[in-house]
Design a protein around this ligand. Structure first.
Ligand code: ATP
Length: 135
C-alpha cells in the first residue's frame, strides 16, 4: 500500500509527523478520507478528531481545534490552532474546561461570549472523546 507523509503543526510547534496509509479528518463540509496520491486540495477543518491509519493496520488519533488541511499527492499538512495526540490529552483539564464552558452557556451574555463558550465546550468534548477512544 502506498503511504503519504503527514504532519500536524500548531503555533506551539509540531505535534505529529509520520508516514501513514490514510487520513480521516472532519472538514466543515463533512468527513473526508485521504489516501496517498490524492489530488491537491485545501479545506477548513472543524473541531474534531483526525485519524491516522498506518500501513500495519494500527491507528493514531489526534484531537484538533480546527484549522486547515492541505493535501498534496505525497504530503498532507494540517495547520491547527491546537492539536494533541490522544495520549497527551489531560482528561481532568478537558473535563474542567467543559464544566466551565457549560456554566458560561447557562448565563445571560452577549453573542460573542456565547459563541466562545460553545467553541470551548466543543474543544473540551473533542478532547474527552479522543482521549477515551470514543470517535
Ligand atoms: P483550557 O481552558 O483547558 O486551556 P482551551 O480549549 O481553552 O482549554 P486551547 O486554547 O485550545 O485550550 O489550547 C491551549 C493549549 O493548551 C494548546 O497547546 C493545547 O494543545 C493545550 N491543551 C488544552 N487543553 C488540553 C488538554 N485537556 N490536554 C492537553 N493539552 C491541552
Amino acid at each position: 500500500m502506498k503511504t503519504v507523509q503527514v504532519n500536524i503543526v500548531t503555533p506551539d510547534g509540531p505535534v505529529y509527523d509520520s508516514q501513514v496509509a490514510m487520513v480521516i479528518a472532519k472538514t466543515v463540509s463533512g468527513e473526508i478520507g485521504v489516501l496517498a496520491g490524492h489530488i491537491p486540495m485545501v479545506a477548513p477543518l472543524s473541531i474534531g478528531a483526525v485519524t491516522l491509519k498506518k500501513e500495519n493496520g494500527s491507528q493514531e488519533v489526534v484531537a484538533v481545534g480546527g484549522g486547515f488541511i492541505e493535501v498534496r499527492p505525497d504530503q498532507i499538512s494540517i495547520l491547527a490552532p491546537s492539536a494533541e495526540v490522544a495520549a497527551d490529552i489531560d482528561l481532568a483539564r478537558a473535563k474542567e474546561a467543559a464544566a466551565r464552558a457549560e456554566q458560561r452557556l447557562q448565563k445571560k451574555q452577549d453573542d460573542i461570549d456565547f459563541k466562545r463558550a460553545q467553541l470551548a465546550l466543543q474543544r473540551a468534548i473533542n478532547r474527552i472523546n479522543v482521549h477515551e477512544g470514543n470517535i
